[in-house]
Ligand binder design. Structure first.
Ligand code: ZN
Length: 338
């Protein structure tokens, strides 16, 4: 079958690879309905994480169960399923506390930019739909697997609620999903920080009420002006750079919360500044599994359309162009037809 391997910086290839097999009784094999490229795939692609041997890429997935291991009881062949990029048993103390992304048996999904994929811990990880979804729902269901689940977690961690004033830092796919999540959670005002017209338009479509194009101190100044010098109740940090994190902290009101889901690269926090800011922070890899059943229902009922975040669709064989387009910010997110 065709699969995606990263050989080194900016060297990603679609190649003939071995089909995955059941390795443990708790595994499932799924036939992907579609695949996609994640913003976090760009870290190793750009050489910011070392790649020592060809790495099987892809951790966002949905599809039809082909085969299950002997211990799997909650899903069966023929069902349509979505799983999180974090594989979890959904039974350990961390899972039961809603933090499946810190599961005591946690593994990270790989190899989903392919025709078939192996999903370990299938019982705890996969969520099946009641019926096979219509084809046009596939992009939105695929989005629940990571990008929407992560944006949703940012909003949940920042305690967005009815009437909240929310700032979203970052106009990548996750930030845009954060806007959608804040809207669904009842935010009254959603300020999206973005400099790019196409992303601003999508943010407005997903529910943003204001757009701020300025960054850094200039951006913070405008947020202050927009909030009568109070700051935001909730800030979603969806980038992971030092500048964006400082911006997020400075946009939050005392007592406000920052949900941070951009993987930090070079972020430095000043203990005293944080102390006197009186802001709360909760972040990390999103426990998507906690939100999956609810998010999948929203999609199946056509109440949200997160699949709009895919603005480039390519055949799997052209995966390299999918990475390039996102790396050069020509595309927000690439959907791969498998
Ligand atoms: Zn667990």
């Amino acid at each position: 079958m065709l699969g995606t391997l990263l050989y080194g910086p900016r060297d990603v290839r679609c190649e003939e690879v071995a089909e995955p097999k059941i390795l443990k009784p708790t595994d499932a094999i799924i036939r992907l309905s579609a695949a996609c490229v994640c913003g976090s795939d760009l870290w190793p692609y750009r050489g910011l994480n070392e790649v020592t041997s060809p790495m099987a890429m892809g951790h966002e997935y949905c599809g039809i169960v082909e085969e299950v291991g002997s211990a799997v009881t909650s899903v069966r062949p023929g069902q349509f399923v979505v799983g999180s990029f974090c594989l979890s048993d959904n039974t350990c103390p961390h899972c039961r506390f809603g933090f499946q992304s810190s599961c005591q048996q946690r593994e990270f999904m790989t190899g989903a930019q392919a025709r078939f994929a192996r999903v370990p811990l299938a019982d705890g990880t996969l969520v099946a739909t009641r019926e096979i979804p219509a084809d046009d729902l596939i992009p939105s269901l695929l989005a629940t697997s990571d990008v929407l689940g992560t944006g949703w977690y940012a909003a949940d961690a920042a305690r967005v609620q009815s009437g909240s004033t929310v700032v979203v830092v970052g106009d990548g796919a996750v930030g845009l999903m954060g806007v959608l999540a804040a809207k669904q959670l009842g935010a009254e005002r959603i300020i999206a920080m973005s400099r790019h017209k196409t992303r601003q338009d999508l943010a407005l479509e997903f529910g943003a009420t204001d757009i701020v194009a300025e960054r850094g101190d200039a951006g913070v100044k405008i947020i202050n002006a927009l909030t009568n010098n109070v700051g935001a109740d909730a800030v979603l940090e969806c980038v992971g750079m030092n500048e964006s994190m400082q911006q997020a902290i400075h946009c939050a009101r005392p007592g406000g919360m920052i949900g941070y889901v951009g993987v930090p690269h070079g972020v430095q926090l000043d203990g005293q500044a944080l102390f006197f800011s009186q802001t709360g922070m909760l972040g990390g890899p999103a426990p998507v599994r906690r939100f999956l059943p609810y998010l999948m229902d929203l999609v199946m009922e056509r109440r949200i359309n997160p699949g709009k975040v895919f603005d480039l669709t390519l055949p799997l064989a052209d995966v390299a162009e999918g990475y390039r387009a996102m790396d050069e910010r020509r595309a927000i997110k690439t959907l791969l037809r498998v």
